[in-house]
Design a binder for this molecule. Sequence first.
Ligand SMILES: [Cu+2]
Length: 176
Amino acid sequence: MQPIAWQLSLLLMTLVAFGFAFVAINSGRRQDDYAPLQKRAYRLRTRLFWGLVLVFGPAMIYTLTDLPYGAARARTGSGPVQVIDATGYQWRWELSQDHVTAGQPVEFRVTSADVNHGFGIYDANLHLVAQTQGMPGYTNTLRHTFEEPGTYRILCMEYCGVAHHNMMTEIRVDAR
Ligand SMILES: [Cu+2]
């Protein structure tokens, strides 16, 4: 199925590329006969465009640094890496260990014994702090350093059957 989808996509992308090439080749040079008012409008539009880029570009980059995907936070913390093997089942989580130490990096090796599950770690206020997928036949590595001690919850983030909502377990983070 995947090779077919890939070949079909290639074919369609080639068609689109030909379409662009055709238009580019057949369009003449832009005539510079705009009325002064139009010229002003275009200048204004250009300024507006760069203004928006200046305002929203940094805002976007700044908010992207706070994504709960672990990679950005993996380098924080010190000390030995605490490894936890996590396996998702319909409908429970099995962890090789359910308590860790704050400030030390934790490496979750997440997989599934049956269908796809979403492995989401939530703090006491139910804010998502890190997440990855639990996939059958594959192990995803999620690195996270818990800065705050407390009880965290692991919930399934992908609907996986009638008792999906019961897929909850806890992990205790002790102070260093
Ligand atoms: Cu689920």
